[in-house]
Design a protein around this ligand. Structure first.
Ligand SMILES: [Zn+2]
Ligand SMILES: [Zn+2]
Length: 125
């Protein structure tokens, strides 16, 4: 852990009352980028993109803030992950919505994913 940020334990890394920031990765939305899967910070609700995405903003959020627990923001997925231990863990029900809209494509968002990437995912652009 970096000395500049609080050394949070798991119990202080989850706030079930905080809603997610929105349907897409905060930083990718700001720069017009795209992502594969989305992850939700269990403490502040930050939505970031996964490590298969070009920008890995969910992991960067952990590195920058020390917010160590995330939950998948994919429809039908409820698993949590602890970046500090690199292990899955159990967590409470977080404030809704618990996933991006079901009609939001993977990779996404619609209209921003390069055609070559869509083809690699077996999607006809
Ligand atoms: Zn991103
Ligand atoms: Zn956070």
């Amino acid at each position: 852990m970096s000395p500049e940020r609080p050394d949070l334990d798991v119990a202080h890394s989850i706030d079930p009352a905080v809603p997610p920031t929105g349907p897409g990765c905060v930083e990718c939305e700001a720069t017009g980028a795209w992502w594969v899967h989305l992850r939700r910070c269990a403490l502040c609700g930050h939505i970031g993109c996964c490590d298969d995405s070009p920008s890995t903003h969910a992991t960067l959020h952990w590195r920058e803030t020390g917010h160590r627990v995330m939950q998948s923001y994919e429809p039908g997925e409820e698993w949590f992950w602890d970046y500090a231990t690199d292990a899955a863990l159990e967590g409470p029900a977080l404030a809704p919505p618990t996933s991006h809209p079901a009609d939001q494509p993977v990779p996404g968002p619609k209209g921003r994913v390069p055609e070559s990437v869509l083809r690699a995912f077996g999607i006809e652009p």
